[in-house]
Design a protein around this ligand. Structure first.
Ligand SMILES: NC(=O)c1ccc[n+]([C@@H]2O[C@H](COP(=O)([O-])OP(=O)(O)OC[C@H]3O[C@@H](n4cnc5c(N)ncnc54)[C@H](O)[C@@H]3O)[C@@H](O)[C@H]2O)c1
Length: 257
């Protein structure tokens, strides 16, 4: 493959990224735009979503922001329709929007049912809403790619958040099976401890140090480039024989058979 092709793997592709205003989502948008994709940022925070899209446009990329709560089926349908209207279709969907960290990392007995419903509505049903809404457009273009953002928490399952991310791993297998006839691949990434603003803000330094020094095999904190390179691989043709898979990007934490 020529170098020129290597760095423009997403030329003429359209990527729909939920929660693309900040954190992983914003980094995904930037990396995909740099390789030629037109970007749709679908975020419940319309103002920050617009700022992210404008920053991409200022760098010469095609990008729009649509304000959208992934838990709301109608709003998701409208956001996807707006994206198709603007760019002609969708090739890549990244189900990244998620409620996470401390508020949902407490025992089921301590979390109000309303908060529990909110968590599953966003982290689980949100993925179903977005995937179903994008399916027709992807199928019409001959196929597509869906990438779900799970979590290492979903490999341990001791809190409501963990269980929602276990469901994301299950959904990845179920949706890969259901969408295969339309040539749509569905995979997931389980990030470990990553240096995003929200993670750094919520986690105590002692916990961060403990995970890095005692739990990981690679003793450094995960950085944005670690998850971005895994995302680019799973969303590109380089992973064309991989579907229904969840890849851990966690410095070897935890490993088991
Ligand atoms: N940061 C980490 O270390 C880490 C580790 C494992 C998994 N994850 C997962 O990665 C994903 C992104 O994490 P992050 O740290 O970048 O998150 P973040 O909190 O920094 O950003 C999340 C984005 O999603 C948007 N969002 C929230 N609810 C939404 C909704 N209902 N509809 C649409 N948009 C919504 C927010 O406005 C925000 O822009 C999440 O699914 C999270 O569970 C993160």
């Amino acid at each position: 493959m020529r170098t020129q092709d290597m760095v423009m793997r997403f030329r003429d592709k359209v990527a729909f990224i939920t929660g693309g205003a900040v954190g992983f989502g914003r980094a995904f948008a930037k990396a995909l735009a740099a390789e030629g994709a037109a970007i749709v940022i679908a975020d419940i925070d319309g103002q920050s979503g617009c700022a992210s899209a404008q920053a991409l446009e200022a760098d010469g990329h095609a990008a729009i922001a649509v304000e959208c709560d992934v838990a709301d089926e109608q709003r998701v349908e409208a956001a996807v329709a707006a994206a198709v209207d603007r760019f002609g279709g969708i090739d890549v969907l990244i189900n990244n929007a998620g409620l996470h960290l401390l508020a949902y990392n407490q025992p089921f007995g301590a979390l109000e049912r309303q908060k529990l419903r909110e968590l599953f509505d966003v982290n689980v049903i949100g993925i179903v809403n977005c995937t179903m809404a994008c399916r027709r457009s992807m199928a019409a273009r001959g196929g597509g790619v869906v990438l779900n953002i799970a979590s290492m928490a979903g490999h341990m399952c001791i809190t409501p958040y963990s269980v929602s991310k276990l469901a994301v791993r299950g959904l990845t297998i179920a949706l890969a099976t259901e969408l295969a006839p339309d040539s749509i691949r569905v995979n997931a990434i389980s990030p470990g401890l990553m240096a995003t603003e929200s993670a750094m803000e919520h986690l105590p330094q002692t916990m961060i140090d403990h995970i890095i020094n005692n739990s990981q095999l690679i003793h450094r904190q995960g950085e944005m480039r670690d998850i971005v390179s895994a995302m680019l691989f799973l969303c590109s043709g380089e992973s064309s024989f991989i579907t229904g898979e969840t890849i851990k990007v966690s410095g070897g934490y935890p490993l088991y058979l």
